[in-house]
Design a protein around this ligand. Structure first.
Ligand code: ARG
Length: 377
């Protein structure tokens, strides 16, 4: 039976030849020294006819991963898309092997504090043979423990479900602090998932202190240095790489204005406000706003003191607009999603606030899976 065309890439591992054509055209257009396009297209189409999919060259993979970053319309940090380090680990196909490589990714990306944007690409989906997956949203995530009645006992509420899943799979749980790092849950080769503990020395963390308030350290807040998204699928030319963890460095507001501040995350504004001696009797005193600023001061200061790469929202907004200009000069459109690009603190103080953007879904891309495995509850 002939393979139906125009299937979505993330599904059964069957590649739409039009997607392959579109990507290879882009690759050869942007890399004129790569040689002639037609022989490569014919080779890829023949492989698709024979197997349902095709194999990217190393150079195509590197280019595809970088362009997927370039196309990420929610990301403000795209100025350096060309410097993304690409670790080709397509040949690593066991859960154990993936665990080892995920840890090595963290070590290389952390760079002892000099964070390097990095992606590690594992095997692609093939017809009848889905690629591996990491169930965790990021390589480093803090557990969230719920009591029987559903109230949060400790940690990050966002990760309560994945914490429960890890326990169901046999994780005994951590010491029960607010910052217990979860084990990785890795599924590969059609087998039940593997739990893998990340060694402590592969996890760089920064305890938070404030430049002006010594009591701030007593709050016991901390955050990890490297945000490494591990549950998005890298789609290149119709091929889906479901396991392709990638990281950049943090922008302070992600930690100070969201992770530690959101009411459904660490919800720490009230305790900061209390220690600042603010009047918390009414929203109109703007105690939340004042506490939010001091929390963000602490984040930027602590990372800087610890020698860990971090950027602030003012700098990053300016860089983003340079990126946008540069893209337009190169004759490309730069898709952007205003609601994600504008920082969650002092939006109108940054130049990215004062304009609108075109947003379209270009490929290659980093996308969330629609697929769930048979092992997921
Ligand atoms: N906002 C997410 C977090 O706080 C990380 C998203 C990616 N961020 C980045 N700077 N590359 O963990």
């Amino acid at each position: 039976m002939a393979l139906p065309l125009h299937r979505p890439a993330s599904g059964d591992g069957v590649v739409d030849p039009d997607e392959a054509d579109k990507f290879l055209r882009l690759y050869y257009t942007e890399n004129p020294s790569a040689g002639p396009f037609w022989p490569r297209l014919h080779e890829a189409l023949a492989e698709i006819t024979a197997t349902g999919t095709y194999t990217h060259t190393y150079e195509e993979l590197v280019f595809g991963a970088r362009v997927a970053w370039r196309n990420s319309s929610r990301c403000i940090g795209r100025l350096y898309w060309q410097s993304l380090r690409v670790r080709d680990r397509r040949f690593v196909d066991t859960a154990e092997g993936i665990a080892v490589e995920a840890v090595e990714h963290l070590r290389e990306a952390t760079g002892a504090g000099r964070v390097r944007p990095t992606i590690t690409v594992f095997g692609q989906d093939r017809p009848g043979r889905p690629g591996p997956r990491i169930w965790n949203e990021q390589l480093i995530r803090y557990a969230g423990y719920r009591g029987h009645d559903g109230t949060l006992l400790a940690g990050d509420a966002r990760n309560a479900d994945i914490t429960a899943t890890a326990r169901r799979l046999g994780w005994p749980g951590g010491p029960g602090t607010d910052f217990d790092v979860l084990p990785l849950i890795i599924e590969a080769g059609g087998k039940p998932p593997l739990l893998a503990t990340i060694p402590q020395d592969a996890i760089l963390e920064v305890p938070l202190v404030h430049p002006a308030y010594p009591w701030f350290a007593e709050l016991g807040l901390r955050w990890h240095a490297v945000p490494a998204i591990s549950d998005m699928c890298l789609e290149i030319g119709g091929v889906c790489y479901p396991c392709a963890p990638f990281n950049g460095w943090y922008m302070g507001t992600e930690i100070g204005a969201r992770n530690l501040a959101d009411a459904d995350r660490y919800d720490r504004l009230r305790v900061v406000a209390k220690r600042l001696g603010l009047d918390t009797s009414s929203d109109r005193t703007l105690w939340k706003d004042q506490a939010l600023v001091e929390l963000n001061v602490a984040v930027l200061h602590s990372f800087e003191e610890a020698g860990v790469t971090i950027t602030d929202h003012h700098t990053e907004s300016r860089r983003f607009l340079s990126h946008l200009e540069r893209e337009e000069r190169s004759g490309r459109m730069c898709p952007a999603d205003w609601s994600w690009i504008v920082p969650p603190l002092s939006g109108s103080l940054t130049p990215v606030f004062h304009r609108y953007y075109d947003d379209v879904q270009l490929t290659p891309a980093l996308v969330h899976h629609q697929r769930k495995s048979q092992y997921e509850g």
